[in-house]
Design a protein around this ligand. Sequence first.
Ligand SMILES: C[S@@+](CC[C@H](N)C(=O)[O-])C[C@H]1O[C@@H](n2cnc3c(N)ncnc32)[C@H](O)[C@@H]1O
Length: 244
Amino acid sequence: MAEREDDTTIPVPPPDGAAPAPLAPGRERPALEIAPGRVTGPLDFRALFGNDSAVELEIGIGKGRFLLAQAEARPGVNFLGIEWSLKYLRVARDRAERRGLANVRFYRADARHVLADLLPDASVSRVHVYCPDPWPKKRHRKRRLFTAATAAHLGRVLAAGGYLDVSTDVLEYFEEIRALIPSHAGLVEAVDPLFPIDGPEGRTSYELKYLALGRTLHRASYAQPALDVQGISRMMSPDSMRTG
Ligand SMILES: C[S@@+](CC[C@H](N)C(=O)[O-])C[C@H]1O[C@@H](n2cnc3c(N)ncnc32)[C@H](O)[C@@H]1O
């Protein structure tokens, strides 16, 4: 894998070519992309999605294979996809528009900034991070997504009863993540009742690519306990945690 995949190295396929799904009479299609770099304060999910449903976050969506499949399968959940590559993000956005999805939003940004500056405490019910760039060279390790600071924010933004789902094919990075998350996020390793889904709808493009190459995928799920470290309850209402 290239060390860093950015706009210049990612080949973007031609659009699907399908027309957007028809809208019900009188309904307007929501803008699915948050204008790049325009958000300066905490995200208001009710304003963004137009409802109070639970929000799941995917960091590094690539072309959106997983996010779009989940948004289609679970229309009662809102999905926010963060992706650094504008080209990738727009492929995902265009696909979502063609499929007529209303419960997904896209933001082109550095996920570390989104976690640190834009996500309110206990605001998301799941965070998905699949095949994050491993930055194999030692001098580049500081560019990795999973650091002590990121882990602390993952713990902060995840609501009680929520899950963090992670995968990577790089064992050394996996071990680092497994050390960081309990100690810096305060999350506990757990079984997420929804993930992993072994069918293709539960897999990302990179996961499918690596599995086809015969590589081992390391996966872990973590749960946010009902009480945070200060003992203040961050339970979400059962209604807001519903999954579809
Ligand atoms: C190896 S690809 C994996 C894509 C997808 N998760 C999958 O499994 O198919 C990593 C993706 O994360 C994105 N990415 C890397 N660092 C990021 C960051 N700090 N913020 C947002 N996206 C990032 C890259 O642009 C790339 O699309």
